[in-house]
Design a protein around this ligand. Structure first.
Ligand code: F6P
Length: 356
């Protein structure tokens, strides 16, 4: 953690013009971050805010809108982002530090608050290294950044997934079927672990744990033998023991990453063939990222947005705000990007006691 208060003394008095962007996949709570930053920035420091449209695309193109206080009125409860988002790489499409610096000078923008995930923060780090004044707010519905205990959007995604799985169970029990629910989780299985535990899954399959089809079959059969309708919760990034990489048949995204989704569809016929139990797959997909953020996410997002203004005021360029316990800290991009927050073996073993 950096010593905020030493840095804070450097620049408290000057009004600044701050640009905000939201980048990468949308996530419940983005608007609450924007509101938190704008309200604190205006009320405490008299700063002015503008928003870059559609993430780095707006930064590269110098495409902005003003964010007066009236624009953020009541938006903490709204899903999505009022600024739009994209998976644009700021070093491509005619971008790069010189182009962005020119836009900032022309538009009178002193600093940028970049709200985004791993890709966004990595790009922000490169731009900060090139001398641009950027601070970050971590956004990942997958909750996969080690440097922050929780990220906003995760709680909402887990709640949505849990509710959806509860509904699947009604059908599963009525029809005596096995249900496979696929949730998000590219590199880590936090959503699957939490939603699976909350919904009482008979098996939870996550990217961190290779599991054989034989083992999954056994769990399904055990549950069925006890008269239950077996429920399997699988993260999109799960790799069964016989596969090398996550299932992907939807091409690549703009960062060149495989678009995931569909492992549940692969598993369903295999499990049905092995168990003789009618098995259906449901892929929840973007449903998990949409709609109203939970109260927890609104509070976390608001606090992170407010803390991001402290980062700017303190000149803590190249840092992101992060949750540590119940407190907010400022962590260097380097440290923030160093490690993925994977589900520890202990947490998986704890959940696995209830499988089958
Ligand atoms: O990174 C968050 C995430 O929701 C992943 O779980 C998922 O693989 C990816 O985004 C999907 O991205 P897109 O909205 O571009 O399809």
């Amino acid at each position: 953690m950096l010593c905020l208060y030493a840095a804070l003394s450097q620049d408290l008095s000057r009004n600044m013009k701050i640009g905000i962007l939201t980048s990468g996949g949308d996530c419940p709570g983005l608007n609450a971050v924007i509101r938190g930053a704008v309200l604190k920035g205006i009320a405490i420091h008299g700063h002015e805010f503008v928003g870059f449209l559609d993430g780095w695309r707006g930064v590269v193109g110098g495409d902005i809108i003003g964010i007066p206080r009236t624009l953020v009125r009541g938006i903490a409860k709204e899903g999505g982002t009022i600024l739009g988002t994209s998976r644009t790489n700021p070093f491509e499409n005619g971008g790069g530090p010189d182009v962005i610096r020119d836009h900032m000078e022309r538009l009178g923008i002193d600093a940028i608050i970049a709200i985004g995930g791993e890709g966004t923060l990595a790009a922000a780090k490169r731009l900060t290294d090139a001398g641009l004044k950027i601070v970050g707010v971590p956004k990942t519905v997958d909750n996969d950044l080690e440097a922050t205990d929780y990220s906003f959007g995760f709680d909402t995604a887990v709640q949505i997934a849990t509710e959806a799985i509860d509904r699947l169970r009604t059908t599963a029990e009525s029809h005596h079927r096995c249900m496979i629910a696929e949730v998000m989780g590219r590199h880590v299985g936090w959503i699957a672990l939490h939603a699976g535990m909350a919904a009482g899954a008979h098996a939870i399959l996550i990217p961190e744990q290779k599991v054989s089809i034989d083992r999954i079959t056994q769990w399904v059969k055990e549950a069925h033998t006890r008269g239950r309708a077996p429920l399997v919760v699988v993260a999109e990034g799960f790799v069964p023991e016989h596969m090398e990489t996550p299932h992907s048949e939807r091409g690549l995204d703009t960062f060149g990453r495989p678009r995931l989704g569909g492992i549940a569809d692969q598993l369903a016929p295999e499990l049905e063939a092995r168990t003789g139990i009618e098995t259906r797959a449901t892929i929840l997909g973007h449903i998990q990222r949409g709609g109203v953020p939970s109260a927890l996410d609104r509070v976390l997002a608001t606090r992170l947005g407010m803390a991001a203004v402290d980062s700017v005021v303190g000149g803590l360029w190249g840092t992101m705000v992060a949750l540590n316990g119940t407190g907010i800290e400022h962590v260097g991009f380097q440290e923030a990007l160093a490690q993925l927050k994977v589900v520890p073996q202990k947490r998986y073993d704890e959940a696995a006691v209830l499988f089958g």
